[in-house]
Design a protein around this ligand. Structure first.
Ligand code: PMP
Length: 427
């Protein structure tokens, strides 16, 4: 029996690995859009951002219609209601990633801000001259540039772990690098936004811990697509964005192990992060508020709570199974096309719901334009991973990426457009 999801309501408590995609699609108003005259939207750009179900849109609208107020300080009823709603999302996030305590969950604007927070606050205190920060060749710019900035300021080194031909993380080189260098931090994305590579994160963290090295996990592409348990993983830091998991833009999460967070200096100073301010000195608020200065993005945090509810109703293992199925189907169909190059691991189960590719010498932007003419939204470019593009010896790729509402008919339309592009460009 299928798990039935409709109108944002789970009509069955039975867990099953098959999503009822047809019913899920009913919850996403944007999927009814018609583009370019008469083309139904086929949205295959989910690694950039996902679409929002009605329950999330309604939660934000309901917040502004009925509960809008500033949080934490007011004693009036609206302030209390807004605070309860905002803080209830913190608890939902805690449960979703299995953190020990709400103190460990900090709301930021996005993954990028969360990583920068660690670089500025923890990094400036714990990384010094000639130390080393270790990342990989397939990081997003968000997990490269903050470390370059820190390395330049501290006169320390930034090193890269490579990968094999198929884009798998190189564990042997990793072991050599953590043995040889004064590595003070490993910062790595659990799933590449280009190759789809899912790294053996538990092993990577265990190896780092054997040498006393803390690990930051860029989970922007993993938390939305698979079960993530920070206690099992045992990472020190983890960052992700609400907008990639059905939630609104403008909200990110930074998880930090409590004992580390307790010793970190604040990132931004201002309202809400203080306990007591006098003319020359300030004592700081308790965790996690010490790291949330100023009025936060209250309405969108409330909306984020509704997106976590939605994913919980489906179950993250069903999300993962659905995406592996779509990736397998897409790769099988794409492999038959002459001139196609697919980047990343060959095994569908070794990757997330992302496929980056090139078709002959057609420029990815031209291909994306051909797709767009058919109402198919795909991404083209360097995907904020220029270090990886150089390693792959390309300037750009095309990329399709999936989520819970995508189905095989959409993939058939995409594959048909690839054949059309071949004809058009005579390759
Ligand atoms: N890391 C990875 C792996 C990503 O895919 C992204 C978004 N494409 C980011 C970081 C940055 O996320 P955001 O733009 O929400 O800060």
């Amino acid at each position: 029996m299928n798990l039935v999801i409709g109108g944002g309501k789970c009509l069955s408590r039975q867990r099953n690995q098959d999503l009822n995609v047809a019913l899920i699609r009913e919850d996403f108003p944007i999927l009814k859009r018609v583009l370019r005259g008469n083309r139904k939207l086929v949205y295959l750009d989910n690694a950039a951002t996902t679409q929002k179900p009605l329950s999330v849109i309604d939660a934000i609208s309901n917040y502004y219609k009925n509960h809008n107020s500033n949080i934490h300080r007011g004693v009036h009823q609206l302030a209390e209601e807004a605070t309860i709603q905002y803080e209830s999302t913190r608890e939902k996030v805690r449960k979703f990633i299995n953190a020990r305590s709400q103190d460990e969950i900090i709301f930021t604007r996005n993954t990028t801000e969360a990583i920068n927070l660690i670089a500025y606050s923890w990094g400036s205190k714990n990384i010094g001259k000639n130390d080393c920060i270790l990342i990989t060749e397939f990081e997003h710019h968000s997990n490269i540039v903050p470390w370059q900035m820190l390395a330049q300021e501290k006169n320390c080194n930034l090193e890269y772990v490579g990968m094999d031909e198929d884009g798998n993380f190189d564990l042997v080189e990793y072991q050599e690098l953590i043995n040889l260098n004064r590595v003070k931090l490993v910062s790595i994305s659990q799933m590449s936004n280009v190759l789809g590579t899912i790294v053996p994160i538990n092993r990577i963290i265990k190896m780092a811990h054997e040498r006393g090295i803390p690990v930051l996990v860029d989970a922007a592409q993993s938390v939305p697509h698979m079960e993530v348990d920070v206690q099992e993983m045992d990472c020190e830091f983890l960052a992700f964005s609400a907008h990639k998991m059905l939630g609104p833009t403008g909200v990110g999460v930074l998880y930090v192990k409590r004992e580390i967070l307790a010793n970190m200096p604040p990132f931004l100073g201002g309202g809400d992060m203080i306990k007591e301010v006098d003319k020359y000195n300030t004592s700081y608020n308790e965790l996690p508020y010490k790291f949330e200065a100023g009025t936060p993005n209250i309405a969108d945090v409330v909306g984020f709570g509704a997106s976590i509810d939605y994913l919980n109703r489906i179950g993250m293992s069903a999300v993962r199974t659905h995406e592996i199925d779509l990736v397998r189907y897409t790769m099988e169909r794409m492999r038959d096309i002459e001139g196609i190059t697919i980047y990343g691991p060959l095994q569908p189960s070794a990757r997330g719901g992302v496929i980056a590719f090139n078709l002959g010498d057609i420029h990815p932007h031209d291909l994306a334009t051909i797709m767009d003419d058919r109402g198919i939204a795909i991404r083209s470019g360097h995907h904020c991973a220029q270090v990886l593009m150089r390693r792959l010896q390309v300037s750009a790729t095309s990329r399709v990426s999936f989520y819970i509402y995508n189905n095989k008919e959409e993939i058939d339309l995409f594959v048909q457009a690839l054949y059309d592009a071949r004809r058009l460009f005579k390759i």
